[in-house]
Design a protein around this ligand. Structure first.
Ligand code: TRP
Length: 332
């Protein structure tokens, strides 16, 4: 029995942090058990917003792949690759562009949100408008049935389905209509309580060292209505660090922490010390795997080129099939 295919991608726009680990990568890891997974670095998609500073993209791309491997994505089971290494995405994107109405793109809510949010950047470009068409090519070229994404990506996925439907209707039924996998993701707050994000300066990065993790966690906001240890706390409602504690301790341990906090027995400094050690224990296997990888010269490059090769084979086959459906025959 052939496994169903999963495809997902990430834009290389910065280092990964705990939000990515718990929100995305843990889910990707799990999906490897059940599906044939394709995971790729969407460097062309990064270019749609970073075209003024594109020199940063290669290093971020490498970093992304290193972290994926460090987290435990298995390059034997999953196909890990780089979008721009598979030119077939670009050709399918071009073919899709011919029959995709501009109105579908202009009414896309994620497009409108991003233009509004990134108003310091000029995103009135052809490439940015076409962002979801390229994403449709990424997904459909692997004939993926499932796409794990966040809610912000649902409009893009709906558009992918519309493009697949239109292709299948106009030419021939080639593309399955992909469905989202919306994982339940825990809310990961940054040290200041806002959503963890590189641009807020509140993130704990996966490649921070031990001391940095300790320091950052010690700055996490706790119950501000509890200035002294002798004041009873309300971790469930007022403590940012507690959001992380819920992820890193067992239900029994959590119950103990809550009652000690409420009884004013456990102080915030001591509590965050325990939390930091747990987070470090969680990150240690990542650091070790990454170190092993970096110690073997050429290994990383070998993994990536073999991933690219596997992706390319699949993509070539689908593209040939699509062109056959479209043009019928080749005369040259
Ligand atoms: N747009 C996605 C994001 O910003 C990245 C992406 C590009 C993607 N192509 C994809 C995700 C295909 C899933 C499938 O997160």
């Amino acid at each position: 029995m052939t496994k169903k295919r999963v495809l997902s991608g990430m834009r290389p726009t910065g280092p990964l942090h705990l939000g990515h680990l718990h929100g995305v990568l843990k889910n990707w890891l799990k999906l490897q058990e059940e599906y044939q997974c394709f995971y790729f670095v969407a460097d062309w998609h990064a270019l749609t917003t970073e075209y003024e500073n594109p020199k940063k993209i290669p290093a971020f791309s490498r970093e992304l792949l290193l972290e994926w491997l460090a987290v435990g994505l298995d390059p034997e089971r999953s196909v890990l690759f780089i979008q721009s290494a598979i030119k077939e995405h670009a050709e399918l994107y071009l073919l899709f562009a011919m029959f995709t109405p501009v109105s579908w793109l202009e009414r896309n809510p994620t497009y409108k949100d991003m233009i509004r949010e990134l108003k310091q950047k000029d995103l009135a470009t052809y490439g940015f408008l076409g962002y979801p068409v390229l994403q449709a090519a990424d997904i459909l070229i692997y004939q993926a049935q499932k796409v794990p994404v966040g809610v912000d990506q649902l409009p893009h996925l709906e558009l992918t389905r519309e493009i697949a439907r239109r292709f299948n209707y106009l030419y021939r039924e080639i593309f399955p209509l992909p469905e989202p996998i919306l994982a339940e993701v825990p809310k990961i707050p940054g040290t200041d309580g806002r959503k963890m994000s590189k641009s807020f300066g509140n993130a704990i990065f996966l490649n921070d060292d031990e001391e940095t993790v300790r320091k950052k966690i010690q700055t996490m906001v706790t119950d501000v209505q509890r200035p002294r240890k002798s004041d009873p706390g309300d971790p469930e409602n007022r403590c940012v660090a507690f959001q992380l504690i819920k992820l890193y301790f067992s239900p029994e341990e959590i119950a103990e922490i809550v009652s000690a906090c409420k009884a004013a027995e456990l102080g915030c400094v001591a509590c965050k010390k325990k939390l930091a050690e747990r987070v470090i224990d969680g990150l240690r296997p990542l650091w070790e795997r990454r170190k092993q990888l970096e110690e073997k010269p050429g290994l990383f490059e070998e993994i990536i080129s073999s991933g690219n090769e596997r992706a390319r084979k699949f993509a070539q086959k689908t593209l040939e099939e699509a062109k056959e459906a479209l043009f019928g025959s080749k005369w040259y």
